[in-house]
Write a protein that binds this ligand. Sequence first.
Ligand code: CP3
Length: 341
Amino acid sequence: MLRALAGEALPLPPVWLMRQAGRYLPEYRELRQRVPGFLDLCFTPELATEVTLQPVQRFGMDAAILFSDILVVAHGLGQEVQFREGEGPVLEPIRGAAELRRLSLDAFPGRVAPVFETVGRVAALLPGTTALIGFAGAPWTVASYMVEGGTSRDFATVKAWAFADPDGFGELIDRLVEATVIYLSGQIAAGAEVVQLFDSWSGVLPEPAFRRWVIAPTQRILRALRENHPKVPVIGFPRGAGLMYRAYFSESGVSALGLDSTVPPGIARKTLQSIGPVQGNLDPLMLLAGGAAMADSVMAIRRALGEGGFVFNLGHGIVPETPVEHVSELMSLLRQPLEPA
Ligand code: CP3
């Protein structure tokens, strides 16, 4: 994994899968019943460690990703965050200066400390050949949940704030930049060897806003992280960025680029892998489908991207309905050398 992220082309690509720990795994569903809420799981290092290791033990991925959630940062800043069964996250929305003032960076490191403990425990248990990936949501994506109060269809409230009052909204982004630097630095200090920044909703912004709220905050995070951790690879995942992927990769400072499933691998090879290593991008619904359709898609991605720095992944997270056998099937496809075209 680390060699691929340093730009080396490998005959067999290293692989991990976004949301590789989660509800599609029976052992996850079983363990999940032992705690009342999802956040309790994220904040109980013993259980979060076990969940982090589950997919690696079952399938042998080349990396484990810390089990937590991007909204742990909102909680750590003092916002009320709940995960409701079948409904997803529900947050007490932040809509202006008064609510912003209630967020506190002072209490933040203490509130997220259990996550650092999980990273330390996983690092001690993983074999040296399996990388440990830490992560955070990028400021724009986390802000979208904090302002909308949950998952959104149109991002109307957060966009209205960002477009009409950029200086006011910028204070929330500033707070998130600072929290994210503390959060990722803590994970790295505890043993994370790679970190990924999830900007899952970057694709809803038009160009000038994309530069201001996606590229610029990512640049600030990278600059601060690199002061203390110059060598840790950072994977940026600006999902849905489309024609802005190139600007994001060349300007944000990330070491590697996560591609969503809509990015054509052949175009990515020429226009993005020429800048640096890439990761992706099997459609999670191809993994759900399995069979010949999945195999063809996997081969096409490997053929296009396997001759440069490349980490195999999905283009977004595994969906809960995915059969575990399809993940085994994918892993065995990836452990076979490519047949000559
Ligand atoms: O990848 C992994 O295996 C590590 C764990 C992980 C989770 N969430 C666990 C989780 C990671 C990396 C995330 C990131 C995350 N969380 C993102 C960015 C990636 C993406 O999907 O775009 C986002 C946007 C979130 C916010 C979030 N968390 C939502 C919208 C939901 C509800 C929808 C859903 O899938 O349930 C969650 C809950 C969540 N995060 C679950 C898991 C395993 C399911 C909760 C449960 O078990 O009850």
